[in-house]
Ligand binder design. Sequence first.
Ligand SMILES: C[S@@+](CC[C@H](N)C(=O)[O-])C[C@H]1O[C@@H](n2cnc3c(N)ncnc32)[C@H](O)[C@@H]1O
Length: 285
Amino acid sequence: MYLKEIKVIFHKELDPLYPKEEVDSFFYMFMEHYLELERFSLVLQPNTIVSKEEEQPFFEGLARLRKEEPVQYILGEASFMGLKFKVNPHVLIPRPETEELVSWVIKNYEGKSHKDLKILDIGTGSGCIAITLAKLLPKASVLALDFSNMALEVARKNAELNNVEINFLNADILDLNIELGFEFDCIVSNPPYVREMEKDQMGNNVKNYEPSEALFVSDSDPLKFYTSIAAFSLGHLRPKGSLFLEINQYLAMQTKQLLVNNHFKEIDLRKDIFGNFRMLKGTRP
Ligand SMILES: C[S@@+](CC[C@H](N)C(=O)[O-])C[C@H]1O[C@@H](n2cnc3c(N)ncnc32)[C@H](O)[C@@H]1O
């Protein structure tokens, strides 16, 4: 079969479900992943033929896309700040908003001597935050925790894939007795923050496939992770150490207030590229 015919079938089957450009992008991602062909190769060699064996993953993937499964789970990988990460349904797919948070952390430390910099990532999931920080701040030592062993398994593989050394720990951040026994210069976290009431705004690709324990919190206590993380950070940050958080845009003021109430200083609330309050930094006195 001609490769370009498969592209036509992708559009016929998926255009009712996704914007045309997204269908193009799915197709090109499949081309790169399964055939190691760049997207422009279809223009240069429009009559590329694929064997029965080669076309099989395209049609299997197409069937999964029709059920609105995220393309990253189908391919088993996602990219984050130019790095590759393995993903499966036990971990959240890394988001562009989180890239902005990580860029902020890096800007905060790069150029400065960060020889003994100790960083903790809370709720590491795929490990995207911890691993990118370890890669881009190579002198830092990084610890990453999650309460999911399945997620930690993926994160460990990703650390290996990206050639960085990270210490991983299985721990529950809601357990107020958690005690690590040492202090950090920087604590960063993208904890679960989507309220049940916001579920309707999310696509089926998120609701039906991504791990709900990574995303959702109750309507009655939506900041419970931030409450725990703030208390934990007060006890585990060095004086002048920084806490960086990704936050729910609808709860920005309350989350900021929570840091004020916990005596954090130099509080900085920032918007993402879409103009939504998404990131918060506080400094331990
Ligand atoms: C929003 S995801 C963030 C994943 C990853 N850091 C990222 O930015 O893509 C939140 C993570 O917190 C973890 N988590 C949820 N509850 C937790 C708890 N009580 N203690 C520790 N980790 C928890 C989930 O397993 C999930 O990996």
